[in-house]
Design a protein around this ligand. Sequence first.
Ligand code: ADP
Length: 155
Amino acid sequence: MAGNRTFTIIKPNAVGNRNIGDICAMIEKAGFRIVAMKMTYLSRNDAEKFYHVHRGKFFFRNLYLFMTSGPIVVMVLEKENAVEDYRTLIGKTNPELAEEGTIRKLYAQSKTRNAVHASDSDENAAWEASFFFNDKEIMDADYCLPLPEDEIDSD
Ligand code: ADP
C-alpha cells in the first residue's frame, strides 16, 4: 500500500447540491488517490450500525434520518498520513468553525448537513471501508498508475 488509508462519505446534501465533482477534485488535488468509490444509500438499519458509537447522543436521530435521506458516495482514499491529512482538508464538524478553504466550509450547510464524513483513526478507517467495500473493490494504488507507454498502441 502506498501510504495509509482513510474512508469518506459524501453526504446526501452534497450529493443533492451537485458537489460530488468539486469535492473529488479537492481530494485529488490535495494528493489523495481514490482507491475505491461508489454511489449507494444507507438503510436505517445500516445507518444505525455505521453510527453505533453515536447511539444515545442528542444528535443521533437527526444524523441517521439525514444520512438515510438520499444517495451518498463512499470512497477509500490513500495517502501518507491519510486520516489526519483528510481531517485537515475537511475542517471542523461545525461548518461555522471550519477553516476557510476546507470542504465543510465550502459545502456544508449545518452540523448535521456537513457535506462529508471522515474516519478518525486507522482502525476505524479499516472498519468503515469494510462496511461498504469487499477486498476486490479496493484497488492497489500502484495498480491505479497509468500502464507503461510501450504496452499501449499509438494512434
Ligand atoms: P466528525 O464527522 O467531524 O468526525 P463526529 O464523529 O463527532 O464528527 O460526529 C459524527 C456526525 O454527527 C457529524 O459529522 C455530524 O454530522 C453529526 N454531529 C456531531 N456533533 C453534532 C452536533 N453537536 N449537532 C448536530 N450534529 C452533530
